[in-house]
Design a protein around this ligand. Structure first.
Ligand SMILES: CC(C)(COP(=O)(O)OP(=O)(O)OC[C@H]1O[C@@H](n2cnc3c(N)ncnc32)[C@H](O)[C@@H]1OP(=O)(O)O)[C@@H](O)C(=O)NCCC(=O)NCCS
Length: 251
């Protein structure tokens, strides 16, 4: 799938960014790439092992292996050879001296789904959330929304309120992850605006600011996901994972 470019007429010089988005499930990775764990570094294995639940351990390890696979394909190195550096808030990045192409990436995982975005020359943040949360709009809204957002969402039909609130959450989270800060940033200060076009499709703006392009992902059953790119327009391509060829002894 290739989405049309998300252009915003800001009057400023356009900076279009090509973004590759990959979405995989944990089961899909294990079926297609049974020896995924062999590409992890000791620190990544240790990090995964620190989780108490087996599901969290698996999610941590598998998602890091897929990230290595996708970045390795782009950089033309083996997945195990990809190196990471981390900013002050723990955001994984490619070390400057090994990043001639100026690739930016970000990862999010929720339950069984891993979402990875790779952008050239512009920062990117991604977030996926599971829609089956045991919570109501009322439980969550005041912690996430500004008064204006609350009013906008409360005016929607009741069945849309919670999914749209979670969409706002993913947009705010993706923006915070694009700038590289974590949850330390107060989410109520990241204003999301929703506009419905003549064809009924909703589009979004983050922080009333066209230097960020938000892209929503709407075809994931049971999940909601968003991507925010630090450019005033973006062309998004869905990139299927290319699994390493299995050697006979790994089958
Ligand atoms: C980043 C953060 C927002 C992720 O929230 P989440 O909804 O639990 O998780 P997601 O699945 O969407 O994203 C997690 C991934 O984002 C990436 N990530 C981690 N820190 C990040 C940051 N500061 N900015 C952007 N991305 C980050 C990682 O790839 C991480 O996956 P991994 O832990 O398996 O490597 C949250 O963990 C956070 O606030 N971290 C910052 C903590 C901090 O401020 N530390 C300072 C001292 S180190």
């Amino acid at each position: 799938m290739e989405s049309s470019p998300h252009h915003h007429d800001t009057g400023s010089r356009a900076a279009n960014c090509v973004v590759e988005i990959s979405i995989v499930t944990l089961d899909e990775v294990e079926q297609n790439w049974p020896n995924w764990a062999t590409v992890l570094e000791p620190a990544e294995i240790a990090k995964a092992a620190r989780f108490v639940s087996p599901e969290d351990r698996r999610r941590s390890g598998v998602s890091r292996a897929v990230l290595r696979l996708l970045l390795g394909n782009r950089l033309r190195v083996d997945p195990g050879e990809v190196r990471f550096s981390y900013n002050a808030y723990g955001k994984p990045e490619l070390p400057e001296n090994l990043n001639r192409e100026q690739l930016f990436f970000n990862l999010s995982h929720a339950r069984d789904v891993v979402l990875i975005g790779i952008a050239k020359g512009h920062s990117i943040g991604v977030d996926v959330e599971w829609l089956g949360l045991d919570a109501t709009f009322g439980d969550l809204a005041s912690g996430i929304c500004s008064p204006q957002e609350f009013a906008d969402l409360a005016g929607l039909p009741s069945e849309l309120r919670l999914p749209e609130l979670l969409r706002y959450w993913t947009l705010k989270e993706a923006w915070v992850k694009a700038i590289g800060q974590g949850l330390s940033f107060p989410h109520r200060e990241i204003q999301v605006q929703r506009r419905v076009g003549p064809n009924g499709t909703a589009t979004y703006r983050v922080r009333g600011n066209d230097s960020w392009t938000p892209v929503t992902i709407d075809d994931l059953s049971g999940y909601v996901a968003s991507v925010v790119i630090g450019a005033n327009s973006a062309t998004v391509r869905r990139q299927p994972a290319r699994w390493p060829r299995l050697r006979a002894r790994d089958r």
